[in-house]
Unconditional design. Structure first.
Length: 205
């Protein structure tokens, strides 16, 4: 069980809009087709190798694309089961910050929603903010909620996820992430190696 310390809900003071250099996708199929069109490759972290509370930062690696990630929150990180899946969340109802190093990250996507202290999914207003201030807001009430962001110029080095109670809600809400997918544009040499290894899709003859 996560800590019961409550924090004040953050007021949404920014408009729900991304900068012109960041595309926001609400459909996974469309996002994946866009990645294929720009020559991006991606890898998913499902957090199945983690469980329980962790001090910040919790770190991991997506070795197939050369990206390292770290998850941070002032009160620590908590990984546990929600809606039948292992998910990444915080130990207190406070923002979750994700930092990426290694290969430049261009795309970030996943199931993003709010949970209560026992990892039950609850309605929440979710904010996803990139390091340049670009923000996306959405009202979410299911663990299947999905969003994808793609930066056409600068690399994505940090993503902050904040959860606020939905209309009429009074509970502390914990930002929660599942199936984090990270996309990169491989160097030409790396792309050739992937093609040789059969990892790059092609049409059948």
């Amino acid at each position: 069980m996560r800590s019961t310390l409550a924090v004040a809900a953050l007021a949404a003071t920014m408009s729900s809009a991304a900068s012109a250099e960041v595309y926001v996708f609400g459909t996974q199929f469309v996002y994946e087709n866009y990645l294929a069109g720009v020559g991006a490759i991606s890898q998913t972290e499902n957090f199945n190798s983690f469980n329980g509370p962790y001090s910040s930062p919790l770190t991991g690696s997506l070795s197939a694309i050369g990206v390292n990630w770290s998850a941070n929150a002032p009160g620590g990180i908590y990984v546990g089961p929600a809606a039948g899946s292992q998910v990444l969340s915080t130990n207190l109802p406070e923002p979750l910050s994700l930092t990426f190093t290694g290969t430049d990250v261009r795309g970030f996507s996943g199931n993003i929603f709010g949970t209560d202290i026992n990892f039950n999914v609850i309605p929440a207003v979710m904010q996803i903010q990139l390091q340049d201030g670009s923000s996306y807001f959405a009202y979410v009430d299911a663990s299947t909620a999905w969003v994808g962001l793609y930066s056409t110029t600068a690399a994505i080095t940090n993503v902050t996820i904040t959860a606020q109670p939905g209309p009429g809600g009074t509970q502390g809400v914990y930002p929660t992430l599942d199936n984090m997918n990270i996309a990169v544009i491989p160097a030409p040499g790396a792309l050739a190696l992937l093609a040789v290894a059969g990892l790059v899709g092609r049409r059948r003859r």
